[in-house]
Design a protein around this ligand. Structure first.
Ligand code: AGP
Length: 611
């Protein structure tokens, strides 16, 4: 989704801004732009914008020889108004004020009318342009950029991360956040802002995470932060874990491929320090975790997209292994309906980014509803979700750059299995069973590696999907959410329409779709539902459907119209994690063969920070 970078320094900041934008490209965007102020006094604000990739912006910058010591830059993911140069940020008011913005200004129409009455002319369809004019309007009275920005912010409703500069104060940068992430980078005699620490990794690791409602007044050698009430506050400078090479795709063709093949290590890292001798170390969840788990009587999982699929797997685990009622819900639905709150319910949010607006809002909603404790399963230690949750289990997948979530998903599942074991201990899980589960978890990285060895076979198979327009994914029980995830991956990166069904549902409707043009992909582990699933597959065969079945040796799924992809050995509980990997590979190779933008699929954003 939209990205912000800003800098106030003594050197030319244009290369820093461009590099920062490149590091944010993975978040998804459709246009980019920057505005800079030169050092030569109060007369120039230069703005360059381009539709498409940051490369297009870079080309224009080179042609125009744009330079400056203070600047703001942005990648835009269209919400209000089509992707176009006019709608790209920064937005400028009277050649004086330039603004970049992430989020949505909900009362922009009202503000637009008011500003038009005051004589302001609008050149874009965006909600952001009102902010530029508002700051300009307040500056007339306040005569100080920070005060004018604060007065303008006081009129805004909605969510924002903002970067603001003024032609008339060339060594100053104002930043503000509410509902959208923003960090301040503290360099040596220079200051930066970024909507993601990754954007600042090449210039500084010293960062301040702005809190809700904060406004930061930045100059090269100093910064002042005001909280939501306008009071001066001190925010700690932390050392970010993001390194400059964190977004290097190494020997791989793209980040998605890298991230799929990194999964054995990502899972091993997620388990590191969390397994003892035959037992899990539940202190990993936080010091108060033990007491909270003792009192947990039910679990409410909330997440979006792939993270929701991870939660859907966990529901099967928690109910069958821990015997606790577990509900899982899509965050955007959860936040807008009435709930029956069961006492002793632990709220578990799952998110790769920890900045997903719907998930954050749903967590806040649970608090209003009076739920007790919250646990975040998250990949970004400094994220809003982690900061707002009582307990955290980090997934340690490392930065995930590909928009399609891959290694984040398998590490979420790994973390959720740890949670399940922690809860199950209190509900009859024997030490012997826990030991078996721990052994299974220890074998997981090696087993994922074995599944990755299927890549060449799956790549060859993927060619058969290139001309298809639809695909059906089937699974049963705990593997049904894996079929859901397989379908999401295929549609997301290859643009093939894919549906997933619990295989028993086929005959209740979707069977009507099955013919020779409809590939049907089945997840068929050797579990207690295998025979039921085989009957469902017969229903497909009988209608001339073309089947691709992922299954282990000796399950008897080979038959006419069927391609079997033989999975290596899988463990009983970690099976859903292992069956995920070939489906990721399938989606990836189909996308590669179709030539889509695998890392940044059209219309999508990595971190969905708007509702
Ligand atoms: C998955 O491939 C997606 N890109 C998407 O569904 C994602 O999982 C969803 O937007 C939630 O993101 P989060 O995990 O960062 O909260």
């Amino acid at each position: 989704m939209c990205g912000i970078v800003g800098a106030v320094a003594q050197r030319n900041v244009v290369p820093i801004l461009v590099e920062g934008l490149k590091r944010l490209e993975y978040r998804g965007y459709d246009s980019a732009g920057l505005a800079v102020l030169g050092d030569g006094g109060a007369e120039r604000l230069d703005r360059v914008r381009a539709v498409g990739k940051v490369k297009a912006l870079e080309d224009s910058i080179q042609q125009l020889k744009t330079e400056g010591q203070t600047g703001i830059a942005h990648t835009r993911w269209a919400t209000h108004g089509v992707p176009s140069e006019d709608n790209a940020h920064p937005h400028v008011s009277h050649g004086v004020i330039a603004v970049v913005h992430n989020g949505i200004i909900e009362n922009h129409e009202k503000l637009r009318t008011k500003l038009q009455e005051l004589g302001y002319e609008f050149t874009s369809q965006t909600d952001t342009e009102v902010v530029a004019h508002l700051v300009h309007h307040h500056l007339k009275k306040q005569k100080d950029l920070c005060k004018a920005a604060m007065a303008a912010i006081g009129e805004l409703e909605g969510a924002y991360a903002l970067g603001i500069i003024s032609r008339d104060e060339p060594h100053r940068l104002i930043a503000a956040r509410k509902g959208s992430p923003l960090v301040v980078g503290v360099g040596i005699e220079e200051r930066f802002i970024g909507s993601d620490v990754l954007a600042l990794a090449p210039v500084t690791r010293n960062v301040i995470y702005l809190e809700e409602g904060d406004v930061a007044d930045l100059r090269r050698t100093e910064h002042t932060i005001y909280d939501a009430s306008g009071k001066k506050v001190e925010r700690p400078v932390r050392v970010s874990e993001a390194t400059a090479d964190a977004v290097d795709r190494g020997q791989y063709r793209n980040f998605t491929e890298k991230e799929i093949f990194e999964q054995p290590k990502a899972v091993a890292d997620t388990l590191e320090g969390r397994l003892g001798k035959g037992r899990i170390l539940e202190e990993a969840f936080g010091v108060t975790a033990g007491q909270i788990f003792d009192n947990t009587k039910a679990v409410q999982i909330i997440a979006c997209g792939t993270s929701f699929h991870a939660g859907s797997v966990a529901r099967y685990w928690i109910e069958s292994l821990a015997g606790l009622p577990c509900n899982v819900e899509i965050a955007s639905e959860y936040r807008y309906r009435k709930h029956v709150v069961l006492p002793g319910t632990l709220v578990v949010t799952i998110s790769q980014s920890g900045e997903t607006a719907d998930t954050l809002a749903a967590l806040q909603q649970t608090r209003k509803l009076g739920y007790g404790h919250s646990l975040a399963i998250c990949n970004v230690p400094e994220s809003s979700l982690v900061r707002e949750s009582e307990l955290t289990l980090l997934t340690r997948a490392g930065p995930e750059i590909g928009v399609a979530s891959t290694k984040a998903f398998v590490t979420q599942l790994t973390a959720l299995l740890l949670l399940t074991i922690a809860l199950a201990r209190r509900h009859g899980l024997t030490a012997e069973k826990e030991k078996q589960l721990v052994e299974e978890l220890e074998q997981l990285p090696g087993r994922i590696q074995k599944v990755l060895e299927l890549s060449e076979e799956i790549r060859a198979l993927s060619e058969r999907f290139v001309d298809k327009h639809h695909a059906l994914f089937l699974g049963r029980g705990v593997h049904y959410p894996i079929a859901m995830e397989g379908a999401l991956k295929l549609k997301e990166i290859s643009y093939i329409h894919a549906e997933s069904y619990a295989a028993g549902e086929l005959k209740h409707g979707p069977l009507a779709l099955v013919d020779a043009n409809m590939p049907v992909i089945a997840v068929a582990p050797n579990d207690e539902l295998l025979e039921k699933l085989k009957s469902n597959l017969q229903e497909v065969r009988a209608r001339g459907g073309e089947l691709y079945v992922f299954s282990v040796k000796g399950t008897g799924v080979r038959a006419s119209n069927t391609t079997k992809i033989r999975m290596p050995e899988v463990g009983e509980w970690t099976s859903p994690i292992l069956y995920t990997v070939p489906l990721q590979l399938l989606a990836y190779y189909v996308a590669l063969a179709k030539g889509t933008d695998v890392d940044q699929p059209r219309n999508l954003a990595k971190s969905v920070t708007v509702e």
